[in-house]
Each structure stands twice: as structure tokens, then as C-alpha cells.
Design a protein around this ligand. Structure first.
Ligand SMILES: *Cc1c(COP(=O)(O)O)cnc(C)c1O
Length: 452
């Protein structure tokens, strides 16, 4: 299988190259050249364990990695999950299920992709004998998951930018108390947007990228999207058989990476009924799917901080398929959006999708009402999935463990939620570094700390 850029200005590459680069050299995002038809496999795959399913799925995509190496990478990626099912489903009532994606080491769904990506990098370094420097920006969960996926990996140095004082306190502990000497949490004065902008400028410096072996851990990296496809399949196979095709998949959404993975699985022939994009008060995607207008507003900090995003980078992949694979058109739409902050779609095809928006006030009310009805505690991101529930059978994706956001939970239901893996961080020394949110300062810091 080869991988092409959504802007189609550069030649196709192998799976390993697409993973190594993260972003395509023409500024586009990598996608598979063709989407395989999974229908013929569905019967055979339906009873596989999580890791077996992951192996079967990636055999279709990671065709340039020898099978035994690939299987070993996958086996090692899910051993640090604290539930034997890896991704268990919790039944609240017959037609209302919660898909718990928070059993990984940092208690958010990002672990599914970043544990795998860390092992993949390690394998690639072994093969190419070339070190890499990972640079990412985070509003909390990506950074924690990336740091845990990459800590202690030989030949990898990771640099994660985060906005000082604007991530949840426990998320900061997860990033800064690991004791690993190959990870550098970089605190910047400014917002997540400032961090992300500075990061993008560093990636644009191609000679620096070559010099340090720069790679991306944000969900622009295709390996992350593909690793997330696996749990959509896994959930689909576990739905009640008579209703399998009537469940709606409800996904708390920020950067459009998670729900895109599900939509791709549907495009590969898996008869998932449809998806609901559940946003918080940062609702650019909700507005798009309601009106066909993609228009950026200022980020408004919320109690579901990992969804405080206005420009959904993975939207470009969806766009590629919406315009029938016309790379020029993708490029021109993205450019118009960048210049003017908005784009109006003429006949926007939103089949398979519905959407909702949840304010901070509503998040708190939902946490409380779900707890009253089912004695079940949902985190602020997951709670957005409960907004405007219809009578259709629904499976709500739970993207984080509530213990990551104890203040919001305590305010809503008066209960202090804890998790042993978070307790372990409390009181440990914090190691972080301050840098200016500008590309030159970040590059200088990276050069000084690489010493390959
Ligand atoms: C990252 C994140 C999201 C948003 O996922 P996207 O792939 O960016 O849409 C939702 N909830 C939590 C807890 C997250 O960490």
C-alpha cells in the first residue's frame, strides 16, 4: 500500500515514510492511495481479540514492515492497558452503551495511537539507524500520551509545547513528572494556538527538519488515525447482533481525528449506521455540519480543554474525499480558509453525520444527570456525547477517565474521583522548561538538547 498527499503535489510514499514525515512535503496530509474493502474479512474478524484485530487490520496498511516485526510492535502497544478487553463497552441500558477508551497509561483515548506510534518509531530507528526528534503541541492529553508512548525509547527525543497555566493540573503532572531523560515538556507563555502556530513554523523549516529528523505526533500523523480505526471495528463487532447496523456512534470531537477514523472504516465497507460529532462550546464543526459554512472563531477555554480547538486539522482528509480526490481543489479551499478564516461549501455532503454543541453549564448538568440515572461518572469531554440523545440505539465514546478532571466532577456531583496512576504523580518533582513561543527559540532549545 502506498500513501498520497491530500494535495497531490508530491509522489506517493510507503507507510513507514508517511509515518516518519507526519506532514507531506506539499503541506497536505497523507492518506492511503486506495481504501481496501474490508467486507470480505468481517466474518472472520468479528471474534478476534483487540490485538489480533489490530494485526489483521494493519496487515492491510503497513505492507512495508515485515509481519513478525509488525505483530511484535502491536503486541507491545497494548500491554500497559489496565483492562483485559483493552476497550470495554459499558451498558447503561439496552440501547445506550458507553465505549470506554480510557484504560491506557494516561487515561485518554490518545494512548491507543501513541503507544503504537512510540513502538513504530523505535522500530524505524532500528532499521534506518537514524535518530528522530519529535515535536508536538498539546492542550493536555496528546502531550501526556505522547510522552508516555516515547519515554525511554532509544534514539527518540521528544519536545512537547504546552500553554503555561492553561492545561489541567493533573495533565501537567503526567507530562512533567515522568523522570524520563529523553522528553522535554516546554511550557510557553500564551495559548494553545500560539504553541501550535510556532510548531508549524518549525516544521516549515525543511533544512532544520532534515537536520534533526523532525517528526509529528499530532493527529496529522496517519499512523494515529489508522490505529484509531481498529477500535471502531472492535466496537462494531461487539454490538448486539440484531441491532448491529442501527447503532449511532457518538464521538466527542475537537481536531476531527477520532471521528474521521470511524468514517474511514465505514468507507471501507463496514456498515456502521452513522456518526454524531459532539463538540463543546468551540463548535466550528457543529456549525459546519449544520450550515455548510466552515468559519473560525476565537477559542473559548472550556471545562473540556482537549476539545478547545477551532481549526480541525484532520478536516483536510475529509475534504479530500468530499471533493472527489481533487488535490488542487483541496489546496485552494484550505488556502481560502487560511486567508479569510472561512469557507462556504455549496453542496456540502454530510450524509452519515449529525452534530451537537454542549456549553460548560450543560456539561456540568449532564455529568450530574448521568450519575443520577446510572450511577456512572463521565468526564467532561464524554458528557458532550450525551447532549440531545435521540431514541436511536447509541454508543457514546468515552474519551477520558473522569479522574483527570476532578474539579469539574466534584463541582457537578460532589464526589472526588481518583485513579491510582494519577495519585502516583502527586508530590513527584516537576521537570519542565520555559521557552519563548517563537520558532527560533524552539529550534535553539532543540539543538541544545539533542546531542545525538
Ligand atoms: C483529543 C481529545 C478529544 C478530541 O479528539 P479529536 O480526535 O481531536 O477530535 C476528545 N476528548 C478527549 C478527552 C481528548 O483527549
Amino acid at each position: 500500500m502506498e500513501y498520497i498527499s491530500t494535495r497531490k503535489q508530491v509522489p506517493s510514499v510507503t507507510f513507514s515514510k508517511a509515518v516518519e514525515h507526519g506532514l507531506a512535503p506539499d503541506g497536505g496530509l497523507y492518506i492511503p492511495q486506495v481504501l481496501p474493502d474490508l467486507k470480505p474479512f468481517l466474518n472472520q474478524w468479528s471474534t478476534l481479540s483487540y490485538t489480533e484485530l489490530c494485526k489483521a487490520f494493519f496487515t492491510q496498511f503497513a505492507t512495508d514492515i515485515p509481519k513478525d516485526e509488525l505483530y511484535d510492535i502491536i503486541d507491545r502497544s497494548y500491554v500497559n492497558f489496565d483492562n483485559p478487553e483493552i476497550a470495554p463497552i459499558r451498558k447503561l441500558k439496552d440501547d445506550l452503551l458507553v465505549f470506554e477508551l480510557f484504560h491506557g497509561p494516561t487515561l485518554a483515548f490518545k494512548d491507543f495511537a501513541l503507544q503504537f506510534l512510540g513502538n513504530l518509531y523505535e522500530y524505524q530507528i532500528k532499521v534506518s539507524n537514524k535518530s528522530i526528534a519529535v515535536l508536538g503541541a498539546t492542550s493536555g492529553d496528546t502531550g501526556a500520551a505522547a510522552i508516555h508512548g516515547l519515554q525511554g525509547k532509544l534514539g527518540v527525543k521528544s519536545f512537547i509545547l504546552y500553554p503555561h497555566g492553561r492545561i489541567a493540573p493533573l495533565q501537567e503532572l503526567q507530562m512533567t513528572c515522568t523522570g524520563a531523560n529523553n522528553v522535554f515538556p516546554l511550557s510557553i507563555e500564551g495559548s494553545f494556538d500560539d504553541a501550535q502556530t510556532a510548531m508549524k513554523h518549525v516544521f516549515e523549516d525543511r533544512s532544520f527538519a532534515e537536520e534533526v529528523g523532525l517528526s509529528a505526533v499530532n493527529s496529522i500523523n496517519l499512523a494515529r488515525i489508522l490505529a484509531q480505526c481498529v477500535y471502531y471495528l472492535y466496537a462494531f463487532f461487539r454490538l448486539p447482533s440484531l441491532q448491529q447496523q442501527s447503532f449511532n456512534f457518538i464521538v466527542p470531537t475537537g481536531n476531527f481525528g477520532n471521528v474521521l477514523a470511524g468514517w474511514l472504516v465505514q468507507k471501507m465497507g463496514v456498515p456502521i449506521r452513522g456518526f454524531k460529532i459532539a463538540t463543546n462550546q468551540n463548535d466550528i464543526l457543529h456549525r459546519l455540519f449544520q450550515t455548510g459554512i466552515y468559519s473560525q472563531e476565537k477559542v473559548s477555554p472550556s471545562v473540556a480543554p482537549s476539545m478547545d480547538i477551532q481549526v480541525a486539522s484532520n478536516f483536510e482528509r475529509f475534504l479530500y474525499y468530499s471533493v472527489g480526490g481533487d488535490g488542487e481543489q483541496v489546496k485552494s479551499i484550505i488556502e481560502t480558509f487560511k486567508q479569510t478564516g472561512s469557507y462556504v461549501f455549496q453542496d456540502f455532503d454530510k450524509s452519515s453525520f449529525s452534530s451537537s454543541r454542549t456549553t460548560d453549564k450543560e456539561i456540568s448538568k449532564i455529568i450530574s444527570s448521568v450519575y443520577k440515572a446510572y450511577s456512572y461518572v463521565v468526564d467532561p469531554h464524554t458528557s458532550c456525547g450525551f447532549k440531545d440523545l435521540s431514541n436511536e440505539p447509541s454508543i457514546i465514546f468515552s474519551t477520558a477517565h473522569p479522574a483527570k478532571f476532578p474539579d469539574t466532577i466534584e463541582k457537578a456531583i460532589g464526589i472526588e474521583v481518583q485513579h491510582p496512576s494519577l495519585e502516583a504523580f502527586k508530590g513527584k518533582p516537576i521537570v519542565n522548561y520555559s521557552v519563548e513561543p517563537n520558532p527560533e527559540a524552539i529550534k535553539a532549545f532543540m539543538r541544545n538538547h539533542i546531542n545525538f
